[in-house]
Write a protein that binds this ligand. Structure first.
Ligand code: GDP
Length: 204
């Protein structure tokens, strides 16, 4: 991912989606799961995705691409990363939740160039009810997804294998789930190469 990445557009509703072009992967997760930190760590650009503890900020799909990605002979295949709005904020009004579900489901169902969604799960909390709802949505839309555990530095190292196997067991019967999980810590730089490789394998 060693080149500058740029933000190209925020998509509040489907008419603002960029025309389908390069293959894309998206990132989803509950507010505060560490999604912005992970995207920034992946591309090595601290301020790319905003890190914020303020949930309920603008509900947009944010598109990022490697600078000059359409040029021939680049080191990266053409691709886009899509930062999906966080979910699961306890105080969100029903209209906000409904708007999120509509935007996301329409996007998931209609986007032929979307290859995979990385669903981020906080290592301290595991899969919660609102994560299950999102996994249901992904299964219903038949979009391939893969679980990424975040903030593994916050739990005991010895607990990571158990968390991985428990989480794998929880998604075993889900039709669109990719069985392999990835454990990461943006803080410690763990699992980032594994995730980068998984993304490259997915889009190539
Ligand atoms: P987002 O709401 O999902 O985009 O989450 P952020 O990336 O803004 O992170 C939420 C909070 O978790 C911030 O205080 C981050 O500093 C913290 N955080 C994110 N990733 C990690 C991590 O890998 N380890 C630790 N210890 N904290 C993290």
């Amino acid at each position: 991912f060693g080149r500058p990445w740029i933000f190209i557009r925020g998509v509040p509703s489907l008419e603002f989606l960029p025309p389908e072009g390069p293959l894309e992967v998206a990132f989803a997760g509950r507010s505060n799961v560490g999604k912005s930190s992970l995207i920034n760590a992946l591309v090595g650009h601290k301020g790319l995705a905003r890190t914020s503890n303020t949930p309920g900020r603008t509900q947009e799909l944010n598109y990022f691409v490697p600078e000059g990605y359409s040029g021939a002979g680049g080191d990266l295949p053409p691709m886009a990363l899509v930062d999906m709005p966080g979910y699961g904020y306890a105080k969100a009004p029903k209209e906000t939740v409904d708007a999120w579900t509509k935007l996301v489901f329409d996007y998931l169902r209609g986007r032929a160039t979307l290859k995979r969604v990385y669903v981020l799960i906080d290592s301290r909390h595991g899969i919660k009810k609102n994560d299950e709802d999102v996994l249901d949505l992904l299964d219903k839309a038949a979009v391939s997804y893969q679980i990424v555990l975040t903030k593994t530095d916050k739990i005991k190292e010895a607990g990571v294998p158990r968390l991985l196997s428990e989480t794998a067991e929880k998604i075993r019967k889900r039709p669109a789930a990719f069985p392999q999980l990835i454990a990461t810590s943006s803080e410690k730089g763990k699992g980032l190469d594994e995730l980068r490789q998984a993304i490259l394998d997915t889009i190539s």
